[in-house]
Write a protein of this length. Structure first.
Length: 280
């Protein structure tokens, strides 16, 4: 599976990269902007500044607003702020704990939802492109996104529901969010090539994954590793707007490989399901 995905990635790098870039670049820009704007709004809209330990948390939150970082780095820093706020016991300072944690939870939800939505759309656009390449038909980003445009309603219904579920799962120590994201991995292809959408597409993804979890988890392992590489690329630059740009560019270059692998997993899983369901 990986070797075939790597072969497609090497032979058709430009087409895969451009197709994914149309979804991944806006998602990263929006995720960075949403986190900065959300924390700034919550910090100045009636949530009192905390002194003592929680005052330090406020100062770090201000630093996060003033120095935008790569989305992956932002999520790590948001979680660190949440832990520090909890350990510091804002209730002991005379304020409810939720007033400190609410902005952190809000920013994490928005960040994860936008990044998952970007991955979902990039994955969906790769489905017709990869199938065309496998069958030897001429194709490119324009045709791929034309197919996506024709299925935009089912894709939006499926992607929005999946992104919200994964974002909530990510609030609980990250792992549940990753498991849910892996379980929904085939939903983009289902929404593009089949009639199912929304909850039905997410459920069918889990059913199709029987016997294919190993392949999907390897591809998601690559996504996690590539996310860390993207974070590292951004961290090499001075604080400022170039950090999220560098991170986004690294993701655009690297993510087409595992996303192509997920399309191939769908192809094999769907073929297997058809074989065992065929009469006789």
């Amino acid at each position: 599976m990986f070797s075939q995905a790597l072969l497609l990635y090497r032979r058709h790098f430009g087409a895969l990269l451009l197709t994914c870039a149309l979804a991944l670049l806006p998602a990263n820009v929006l995720a960075t902007g949403a986190v900065v704007f959300g924390i700034a709004s919550l910090g100045g809209s009636g949530i009192p500044d905390l002194r003592t330990h929680t005052g330090q948390v406020q100062e770090k939150r201000q630093d996060l607003r003033d120095k935008p970082a790569a989305p992956v780095e932002q999520e790590m820093r948001l979680r660190q702020l949440g832990r520090e706020a909890f350990e510091g016991g804002s209730a002991a300072d005379g304020l409810p704990l939720w007033r400190t944690l609410a902005p952190i939870a809000y920013a994490t939800l928005i960040l994860v939802a936008l990044l998952v939505a970007g991955l979902f759309l990039a994955h969906a656009a790769l489905v017709p492109l990869v199938f065309d390449l496998l069958e030897g038909r001429g194709s490119g980003p324009a045709r791929a996104w034309g197919v996506v445009a024709g299925r935009i309603a089912p894709l939006l219904a499926t992607g929005a529901l999946g992104a919200v579920i994964v974002a909530f799962g990510a609030l609980f120590f990250v792992v549940p969010g990753l498991v849910l994201a892996a379980g929904f991995s085939l939903a983009p292809a289902i929404a593009v090539l089949e009639t199912a959408s929304g909850h039905a597409a997410l459920e069918r993804s889990w059913r199709l994954l029987r016997g294919h979890w190993g392949s999907v988890l390897r591809m998601w392992g690559l996504i996690v590793v590539f996310s860390a590489v993207a974070f590292g690329a951004g961290a090499l630059l001075p604080p400022g707007p170039w950090r999220p740009v560098a991170s986004a560019l690294a993701m655009i270059v690297l993510y087409p490989l595992p996303l192509t692998g997920l399309v191939l997993v769908y192809r094999d899983a769907a073929q297997y399901m058809r074989r065992i369901s065929a009469p006789g």
